[in-house]
Design a protein around this ligand. Structure first.
Ligand SMILES: [Zn+2]
Length: 290
């Protein structure tokens, strides 16, 4: 048996602006202290655990912001409003650099444990605080832990959101029945699984070697570029703001840019492109309806 010698190269999944081959959305989920406090408010007394979380807003964000501004790469920061309230100058520095700020709960609440009224109240609270801190109402949402409820997408539309970035059913954006844009992510392109570790409470496993993580993310990027997908990378400043990981991100971004034909975009511009080009997505699902 002889295999087809040509590399498998199906038509691109999406028509990106300017005929680019793929989109790259860099996300920072600035969970900071809410990582601990949403799990148990008593963790406020665990000063070392709290200090590891605080490293995100106080050291990780300034350093990562420095990197992406140095490189000229746009990003989207999803910030729990408790963090925006307690680190207002950090939040304003992100906005002042032209990066997008999206909603991410107040105290990083797991939506699955909230009833619809509580979920609506938390969303409104977070919107009010973010709007007060940055002077602009966010249009993008990333659910804490990525998990949404059956009513979440309607709630987001009712509150004026353009997009959600929480589901994982595709590797290009799509439009929900109610008009909300979905920008899907995936656990492989997340730093928590690679780098998180805390002794007690026990978080994560073993901090991974940056070389391994580079390969994991680079291989997915290269194949996504071949297939015309949307590469959504999600990083937490308390993890990815550590020096060797900032170098990892710099290398990855430089190599992605050097690969060429890539659209670096923020969530809002991505969502607007999707809405303006509803036929841009190539459906793969054999059972897709309508
Ligand atoms: Zn988060």
């Amino acid at each position: 048996m002889t295999l087809n010698p040509d590399k498998y190269l199906p038509p691109p999944r999406f028509s990106w602006p300017g005929g680019k081959r793929c989109a790259v959305m860099l996300c920072f989920d600035v969970d900071g202290e809410t990582t601990a406090l949403s799990e148990d408010p008593d963790l406020a007394r665990r000063l070392t655990t709290m200090s590891q979380c605080e490293y995100g807003p106080t050291v990780g964000v300034p350093r990562l912001l420095g990197l992406i501004d140095h490189l000229g790469v746009p990003a989207t920061f999803f910030i729990p409003s408790f963090i925006a309230m307690n680190h207002p100058e950090m939040t304003r520095a992100i906005a002042a650099s032209g990066h997008e700020i999206g909603a991410h709960g107040h105290l990083h609440e797991k939506l699955a444990y909230l009833n619809p009224e509580q979920e609506r109240d938390v969303l409104r609270l977070s919107l009010g605080i973010l709007e007060e801190v940055i002077g602009k109402r966010p249009v993008g949402f990333r659910a804490p832990w990525f998990e949404i409820n059956p009513g979440t997408t309607d709630l987001l539309v009712n509150e004026g959101f353009l997009y959600n970035a929480s589901l994982m059913s595709d590797d290009v954006p799509f439009i929900h029945g109610n008009g909300l844009v979905e920008i899907p992510g995936q656990w492989m392109l997340e730093d928590w699984e690679q780098f998180a570790f805390n002794a007690d409470p026990a978080w994560g496993v073993i901090p991974e070697d940056c070389e391994k993580v580079y390969r994991l993310w680079w291989d997915e990027f290269e194949a996504m570029r071949d297939f015309g997908c949307c590469f959504v990378l999600t990083l937490h400043p308390w993890l990815s703001g550590r020096p060797s990981r900032v170098r990892l991100l710099e290398r990855l971004l430089r190599d992605i840019a050097a690969a060429g034909d890539v659209w670096f975009c923020q969530g809002e511009e991505l969502a607007r492109w999707v809405l303006a080009n509803p036929g841009a997505r190539r459906v793969l699902d054999f059972d897709a309806r309508g």
